[in-house]
Design a protein around this ligand. Structure first.
Ligand code: ZN
Length: 247
């Protein structure tokens, strides 16, 4: 009598020779193709980040597009913002992401647009560390910037998630803005310090440092991209419009 393994091999060969397809390779081919695409895309995944053009939400936000992708944010902060969007959604409030990560080029553009846009020069905004986001409630497809009661609801939701809300600020009042920095200052961020995520959540981010390293590469790639855009967009004439504050 043949050993079991040989029997199995024989059965397998017989099956292969039969007209029945016993070994469907299409799934493997698809998987392989997918992984190849993923590998190729991995290096320039930043190019696929969602961006928002000026005036999309009814305000003049300058000629450089805004990065509005949650994947451009620090992983812990990203997940809190996703949570904020969920919590608001459950209350019937639809939030749009207006801007997430911000390049130095974009910050410099805001700075050049005047004090009502930002008081922060390049490097001083939490947006430049993937630690701030601007959102706006959308009703019937329209951004609603002036509903203070609505902003308050959204703001309190954010604060319950441990975020700092710009609606508490007076100069400038910035209810669209949420940030988190794990208790460290912008000066410390500028020196390369990373915010510490709450200990109770640290097990959820086992590869945090690698993820941030990758993010920083993507940010740098965007920086280069927008610096080029900024230098070629100097002749663009901006029309007027309502303003938003952007610390
Ligand atoms: Zn902001």
């Amino acid at each position: 009598m043949k050993p079991a393994v040989a029997q199995d091999a024989e059965a397998y060969l017989n099956a292969l020779l039969s007209t029945e397809a016993v070994f469907d390779t299409t799934a493997f081919v698809a998987l392989e193709a997918e992984s190849e695409v993923t590998m190729a895309e991995r290096e320039d995944v930043w190019k696929a980040w969602q961006t928002v053009e000026n005036f999309t939400y009814g305000k003049d936000r300058g000629s450089l597009p805004m990065i509005a992708d949650l994947n451009s944010l620090h992983p812990y902060f990203r997940d809190r913002i996703a949570e904020l969007i969920e919590v608001c959604k459950a209350q019937g409030i639809e939030l749009a992401v207006v801007e997430s990560y911000r390049t130095h080029a974009k910050q410099a553009e805001y700075f050049g647009m005047g004090r009502k846009y930002t008081r922060s020069k390049g490097g001083n905004s939490k947006h430049q560390y993937g630690l701030a986001v601007d959102v706006v409630p959308v009703i019937d497809g329209k951004a609603v910037w002036e509903n203070h009661a609505l902003w308050r609801k959204i703001g309190v939701n954010g604060e319950r998630l441990g975020l700092r809300w710009g609606g508490r600020w007076r100069a400038p009042y910035d209810p669209a803005h949420f940030e988190w920095s794990g208790g460290i200052t912008t000066t410390q961020l500028a020196k390369g310090m990373l915010p510490a995520i709450p200990r109770s959540k640290s097990s959820l981010y086992p590869c945090l440092e690698e993820e941030i390293k990758k993010l920083q590469e993507y940010w740098e790639a965007w920086e280069t991209e927008q610096a080029v855009m900024a230098s070629s967009a100097k002749t663009v004439v901006r029309s007027g419009g309502a303003t938003g504050q952007k610390p």
